[in-house]
Design a protein around this ligand. Structure first.
Ligand SMILES: Cc1cc2nc3c(=O)[nH]c(=O)nc-3n(C[C@H](O)[C@H](O)[C@H](O)COP(=O)(O)OP(=O)(O)OC[C@H]3O[C@@H](n4cnc5c(N)ncnc54)[C@H](O)[C@@H]3O)c2cc1C
Ligand code: SF4
Length: 461
């Protein structure tokens, strides 16, 4: 180990910009056996590895799988990567690495962090290719758990229950499984076949998937509570926020998820709506997070005439992944920083023709330490647009069907849980965005795993 002195950090090869804009395929390749080992050799094997203890919400065995792959033991690395994570090949691709494990890597300070995410995804892909399998015992207890929602939280909970030999029935209101992995995150970050492969693995291990089955609509939650030994809720949090400006209910103003889901449905060959098309249009996306980056990059691939990203703060304060911002800029997105939207502009015929904005500057920090946004007087101006997409974060759905069972919510509507993921109902557990608010796939996975471990200890002890 200690190869960081002689070997620099590498990223996997990225597809040429002009080629990648023609498709929705993933833009990154994987490391081959030789490069993945060489990159893993850079790890200094810290006594207290912050990448694991502070950086990774799943506390993955990062130094251990780095050591295994540096020693050319792919099978050991594959099994270690799959020990704590329910889908390392997915999180290795989509985690905002600079904000989690890689941001906590000792080498990040001056040498370039270990490429943890790319190595994790490469180890898992190379392992699948070599035919290695994740050990599942098959249903070997008489216990059965219902998981509601098939996003990362539900997938993770189901994965760890199946690993403990507990059968799982998963209920999903949508026609495709995967939650935001399927209908939110675009294919250029995560191929949909990668998500489908995980479901195939879990179905082989004893998962029964019930699609088009909304709990609280198609089937009452009370029925699940009566029939199963425990119920996990991984309901997500996808009610798009609006900016609260005049005319934003105009049909040429879309919410991020309306736009992204519609494109994904068309690409999958499912029913979709022409009215969310952006070909040949001038598109302005409002927001600076990962969802905004996904919208701008999707609009470019969809053939928009121009794509502008409007953000109230500066580049340094963007909340999303630095990598995705750079990819968007490379793909031709025009970023306009320190701009706050004031109103949607319509012409005399009622068509959307622009968005009125005011320039901002960052002032003193508020109580949370974040700099306040101050509007600059007299700086009003209009940015021309045909379509405006709001990518401003998400609120909880009301989850009214939980009331009859007394499942308590917090002030903002999120499901209240104890540290072990139990709710105020003794048979119901919850985790992921419906508990935390819109966050990350890896934190949803960590909460799904925590709930599974609690359920396992309650049912099998
Ligand atoms: C556009 C976009 C891009 C993102 N990019 C990234 C990224 O790059 N990296 C990252 O880490 N995170 C990213 N995220 C965040 C991440 O996707 C979420 O934090 C994560 O998916 C939350 O997982 P979850 O299982 O809690 O919820 P979800 O993924 O939302 O899944 C919830 C599921 O529950 C189903 N459901 C809800 N209610 C019911 C019901 N009553 N009955 C049956 N089923 C129900 C829903 O249909 C859905 O399938 C992104 C989010 C968005 C919107
Ligand atoms: S799951 Fe995410 S945070 Fe954890 S090691 Fe993998 S890429 Fe890093």
């Amino acid at each position: 180990m200690q190869g960081f002195i002689t070997t620099t950090r590498e990223e996997p090869e990225k597809q040429d910009v002009n080629k990648r804009l023609q498709t929705f395929e993933e833009i990154y390749q994987f490391f081959n056996n030789r490069v993945v080992a060489r990159q893993a050799e850079r790890c200094v094997q810290c006594g207290d590895p912050f990448c694991t203890s502070i950086g990774c919400p799943l506390n993955n065995y990062i130094p251990q799988w780095l050591e295994a792959i540096a020693e050319r033991d792919l099978e050991k690395a594959f099994l270690l990567a799959n020990e704590t994570s329910p889908f390392p090949e997915i999180l290795g691709r989509i985690c905002p690495h600079n904000r989690v494990c890689e941001g906590a890597c000792t080498l990040d300070d001056g040498y370039g962090a270990i490429s943890i995410g790319a190595i994790e995804a490469s180890i898992t892909e190379l392992g699948f290719k070599a035919g290695y399998q994740i050990p599942f015992p098959g249903p070997e207890t008489d216990k059965k758990v219902a998981v509601v929602g098939s996003g990362p939280a539900g997938m993770s909970c189901a994965h760890f229950l199946l690993r403990a030999g507990i059968a799982v029935d998963m209920f999903e209101r949508s026609d495709q499984p995967g939650g935001l992995l399927t209908y939110g995150i675009p294919g250029f970050k995560l191929n949909k076949s990668t998500v489908q492969r995980r479901f195939q693995i879990m179905e082989k291990a004893g998962l029964t998937l019930h699609l088009n089955t909304g709990i609280g609509t198609d089937q009452p939650l009370e029925e699940l509570v009566a029939k199963y030994d425990a119920v996990f809720l991984g309901l997500g949090c996808t009610n798009g926020k609006r900016a609260g400006i005049p005319n934003e209910d105009h049909p040429q103003v879309f919410l991020a998820m309306e736009f992204l889901t519609n494109v994904q449905r068309r690409l999958t060959g499912l029913s979709w709506m022409e009215r969310f098309g952006v070909r040949g249009r001038r598109v302005v996306v409002v927001g600076g997070g990962d969802t905004a980056m996904d919208c701008v990059r999707t609009a470019v691939r969809e053939g928009a005439e121009s794509v502008v990203c409007l953000y109230r703060r500066d580049a340094a304060n963007m909340p999303g992944s630095a990598k995705e911002f750079h990819n968007a800029a490379e793909e031709g997105v025009n970023f306009m920083f320190t701009e706050a939207p004031k109103s949607i502009v319509l012409d005399d015929d009622g068509n959307l023709v622009g968005i009125d904005c005011v320039r901002t500057r960052l002032g003193d920090p508020d109580a949370t330490g974040r700099q306040r946004i101050e509007e600059i007087e007299g700086s009003d101006h209009c940015i021309q647009a045909d379509i405006v997409i709001m990518a401003l974060g998400f609120d909880h759905e009301p989850y009214n069907f939980l009331d009859a069972l007394g499942v308590e919510r917090e002030r903002w509507g999120n499901i209240r849980t104890a540290p072990d993921s139990s709710t105020s109902h003794p048979k119901i557990f919850a985790g992921g965005d419906c508990h935390r608010g819109a966050d990350l796939a890896v934190t949803a996975a960590a909460e799904g795993r925590r709930a599974a471990l609690t359920i396992i200890s309650k049912l099998l002890d």
